[in-house]
Design a protein around this ligand. Structure first.
Ligand code: URP
Ligand code: ZN
Ligand code: ZN
Length: 475
């Protein structure tokens, strides 16, 4: 199988260049000036990308499919979630396998491998959530490197569920320092937050907006500071997930300025949504936007701070933290967001985004003039691949890389509107009404066409498990 993508503008994190690509089987095998070759002879497929960008498939390193959470399950399975990702130009996801108290790390890993096996539309890897840190799970963390799991998420939030205390976190960081692996941190002071939540409910403050109000920025920045302190002491790399507060990003910036191996991601929801315009919507509508860390107050200036941090490199990655729950009761899954009607503490935390990230970041980032198209590619594909040991197989366009490619048409446009323009197992989009001045024309995963215009032309199970190496971002 020889495929040629011709007459397009190839965009990577470093360059924008008119170039043709030759694909054999699953790989990019050559890149050349347009028409300066004879590849069209004997090609099985020729894709004409005149007037279009050819960009690396997106790499989303923070998704949750088939996760039991918040008294229910997230609504996207590996099948529906990865298909939605493909529609949205993402060709690699790294999801989270979960070890819960009393179980081994390996048990959790194998359970999640079984959920994904044979169901994914695109390639996938796993981080491991370690919810029970003890002598035996620390040993298992080391062993997981051999399975291609090189990053471990810990929680300073959710006491009684996935929470780890300071001593446990510090021990896990010491282990990561020995193994060269990366600790991912959900950085919120869950103990203080639980006090605030209980007091709010006692006062009768039960609307969705109190989810944000009871998780103020200082509960995020304090936890980020503490996590950085422990990581420095232990000597382990640290990656803070889903950052939303400007004070928390400042903590990260100071630590990076001191030369520490600390990194941060934010997500499109924190760049686009606010308490004023979304979480405070009348009735129960705000529940759609309940996630943790929370959506913040626009008036406090978090969004501008996050955008600037992305442009300057103070934040390295944009992922989604895709963890969606139906707003209205679903036939199969029953009550989801509405579990928290009358009590915001019972609203399952999380929202959809795996399909929208690529487009909304292009629109607000590139069209909106926040950064250039190369930085966009870096944030949504290249840096996440490097951060989690997938580069240059994933996240770029180069000879030898997997042919995970998106043909992107900047002349076309569309508007997000559920259910018509979304494809996951979910009944809303956070970007309802947002116009995107570009459109995904084709998506290739390891050389196979999986999305053609508005049609999914791949098959369930096309996606393969990715054994990841150690982070390639360390200094
Ligand atoms: O609200 C969120 N973020 N839900 C998913 C679980 C997590 O903390 O990442
Ligand atoms: Zn989290
Ligand atoms: Zn998450």
């Amino acid at each position: 199988m020889r495929k040629v993508i011709t007459n397009g503008t190839v965009v990577t994190a470093d360059q924008t260049v008119a170039a043709d690509l030759l694909i054999e089987e699953e790989k990019i095998v050559a890149m050349s000036a347009p028409r300066s070759h004879n590849w069209l002879e004997g090609a099985s497929t020729v894709i004409d990308a005149t007037g279009k960008y050819v960009v690396p498939g997106g790499v989303d390193v923070h998704t949750h499919f088939e996760l039991p959470f918040g008294g229910t399950f997230v609504s996207d399975s590996f099948e529906t979630g990865t298909r939605a990702a493909a529609f949205g130009g993402t060709t690699t996801v790294v999801d989270f396998a979960v070890q819960v108290k009393g179980q081994s790390v390996r048990y959790g890993f194998e359970a999640w491998m079984a959920k994904a096996d044979g169901n994914c539309a695109i390639d996938y890897g796993f981080h491991m959530i370690v919810g029970d840190i003890n002598e035996s799970s620390l040993k298992e963390m080391a062993a997981m490197v051999g399975e291609g799991v090189t990053s471990f998420k810990l929680f300073m939030a959710y006491p009684g569920v996935l929470y780890s205390n300071d001593g446990e976190i510090f021990r896990a960081m010491q282990q990561a320092a020995i193994d060269g692996t990366t600790i991912m941190m959900h950085a919120e002071n869950g103990i203080a937050i639980d006090v605030l939540r209980e007091q709010a409910v006692q006062r009768g403050e039960t609307d969705p907006k109190y989810h944000s109000i009871t998780r103020p920025p200082s509960t995020e920045s304090e936890a980020v500071h503490r996590a950085i302190t422990f990581a420095e002491l232990a000597g382990s790399p640290l990656y803070i997930v889903h950052m939303s507060a400007k004070e928390a990003v400042s903590e990260l910036t100071h630590a990076r300025d001191r030369g520490l191996n600390v990194f941060g991601e934010t997500c499109p929801q924190y760049l686009h949504l606010s308490v004023e315009d979304h979480v405070s919507l009348p009735g129960f509508e705000g529940a759609k936007y309940v996630c943790s860390t929370p959506i913040r107050f626009k008036a406090e200036g978090h969004q501008d701070h996050l955008w600037n941090a992305l442009a300057r490199g103070d934040l390295q990655v944009v992922s989604t933290d895709h963890a969606c729950f139906f707003y209205d009761d679903d036939e199969q899954l029953g009550r989801q967001k509405r579990l928290g009607e009358g009590n915001f503490t019972l609203i399952p935390n999380g929202l959809p985004g795996v399909e929208e990230r690529f487009n909304v970041m292009y629109q607000s980032g590139v069209v909106g003039g926040r950064f250039d198209i190369n930085r966009w590619v870096d944030l949504i594909a290249t840096a996440p691949a490097k951060m989690f040991g997938l580069y240059p197989r994933k996240g770029t366009i180069a000879v030898g890389s997997d042919a995970d490619l998106v043909v992107y048409d900047p002349q076309a446009s569309f508007t997000y509107s559920a259910p018509g323009s979304i494809h996951g197992n979910i009944d809303y989009t956070c970007y309802e009404g947002m116009e995107i001045n570009a459109k995904i024309d084709k998506v290739l995963s390891r050389g196979r066409l999986i999305v053609d215009g508005d049609r999914y032309v791949g098959s369930r199970g096309d996606g393969k498990y990715l054994e990841r190496g150690l982070s390639q971002m360390l200094i």
